[in-house]
Design a protein around this ligand. Structure first.
Ligand code: PLP
Length: 408
């Protein structure tokens, strides 16, 4: 089945719900059995993991199962589990796989709360956490130890957009008996197929493109056959579950994922190409640009790009950065991404990185290019860059003893 068709059909069973197109929002804690025999049968079906089987709202309802079934199919994994946030999905998957005495390798460019979870929480339980350079430095093979249980990858990396060689990392990890856990939020289940590239567990912050409208928090973990029992057990042991309204929003977002992403990709690349030509820009970190160091790997392994990338500005001034951001009208200043709207957020390059050197000089922002007309976004950025230049030259004049320093 073509993927666009799959997106429309995935996880939908109208015949079970009186013909209603969308799986209804099931609000449930207690699920009644009609008799003792039926209760025994419900418990048996849940233990046997039969489709639709549940005994309690925490273990999922038809609403939960619709999203799990859809995402597992799209990612190309065995089964999925839904979580109340992307970070809950990450932390539960890692908790399921790691025990005291184990060693975990985490990419330096991982989403920083993921690293914080490993370093602040799992380290307290005796897990040894080591960061590695996502793109170069010591080959992963040389870092793998007898007790390395997980290699955590995120490609492209948060903020830096480094592309990792996932098949090579997975081959090395598997030679040493380690699992590969991937944050696949940027690639989405459409543009990167984790299991076809050797990944054992894939995490989606569904909050981003799957929900797609900045109105719900949700995460999904997708497992292969081997990791499924471990992750499912820990998820249930930890009481992880998500609310039906948020799951419904994710299912609704999923139906338009392909068309939205197509536009995010086109507009994002158009904006990135324009930015690359501007004198105020030091670098644009977008894997689909031929200038990106990871471009060849991106072309080999990905089938598209989303609307998220970073821009390094040719200024070291915080005031000029503020002049740029405060001039923007279509880019909201805030975290997260994947909604229909454009966003900008400043970040401190390489902050928290321990092994990967950041090669750029200037102030940096991450942009999310939304579904607005890209020409309007470019006009907005043009005004922002002019404000940045004006602020930079005012500061120059001030240094030379004339004019006022800009306050922005
Ligand atoms: C946002 C994000 C997460 C966490 O998702 P939440 O739903 O906000 O908890 C994880 N990984 C990446 C790459 C993200 O951007």
């Amino acid at each position: 089945m073509n993927e666009n068709t799959h997106l429309v059909c995935a996880g939908r069973h109208p015949e079970r719900f009186g013909g209603v197109v969308n799986t209804p929002i099931f609000r449930a804690s207690t699920i009644l059995a009609g008799s003792m025999a039926e209760w025994e049968e419900m418990k048996r079906a849940r233990a046997a993991e039969e489709p639709g089987a549940t005994t309690y709202g925490r273990y999922g309802t038809p609403t939960t199962q619709a999203l799990e079934e859809a995402v597992a199919g799209l990612e190309g994994g065995y089964r999925s589990l839904v979580f109340p946030s992307g970070l809950a999905a990450v932390s539960t998957a890692l908790t399921a796989l790691l025990s005291a005495g184990d060693h975990v390798l985490v990419t330096d460019s991982a989403y920083s709360p993921t690293r914080a979870f490993l370093e602040r929480v799992l380290a307290r339980f005796g897990v040894e956490v080591e960061t590695y350079d996502p793109v170069g430095g010591t080959p992963i093979e040389a870092l793998l130890r007898a007790n390395t249980r997980v290699v955590y990858v995120e490609s492209p990396g948060s903020e830096t957009f480094d592309i990792q060689d996932i098949p090579a990392i997975a081959a090395a990890a598997h030679r040493h008996g380690a699992y590969v856990v991937m944050d696949n939020t940027w690639g989405t289940p459409l543009y990167f197929k984790p299991f076809a590239h050797g990944v054992d567990v894939s995490v989606q912050a569904a909050t981003k493109y799957i929900v797609g409208h900045s109105d719900a928090m949700l995460g999904v973990v997708t497992c292969n056959r081997e990791t499924w029992p471990l992750i499912k057990q820990t998820t249930h042991d930890m009481g992880q579950t998500a609310g039906p309204d948020d799951i419904y929003l994710a299912l609704r977002g999923l139906r338009t994922l392909a068309v939205r992403l197509q536009r995010h990709w086109q507009s994002g690349l158009r904006v990135a190409q324009w930015l690359e030509l501007q004198p105020q820009v030091e670098a644009v970190l977008h894997p689909a640009l031929p200038s990106h160091p990871g471009h060849a790997l991106w072309k080999r392994d990905f089938t598209g790009a989303c609307g998220l990338f970073s821009v390094v500005l040719r200024t070291s001034s915080r005031a000029s950065l503020a002049a740029f951001i405060d001039t923007l009208e279509h880019f909201g200043l805030g975290v997260s991404w994947g909604g229909y709207e454009s966003l900008v957020i400043p970040f401190t390059p390489g902050m928290g990185h321990t092994v990967h050197r950041w090669p750029y000089q200037g102030q940096a922002v991450r942009l999310h290019v939304g579904l607005e007309d890209p020409e309007d976004l470019i006009d907005d950025l043009r005004r922002g860059l002019l404000a940045l230049s004006a602020c930079d030259s005012e500061a120059e004049n001030e240094k030379a003893g004339s004019g006022e320093i800009c306050h922005s």
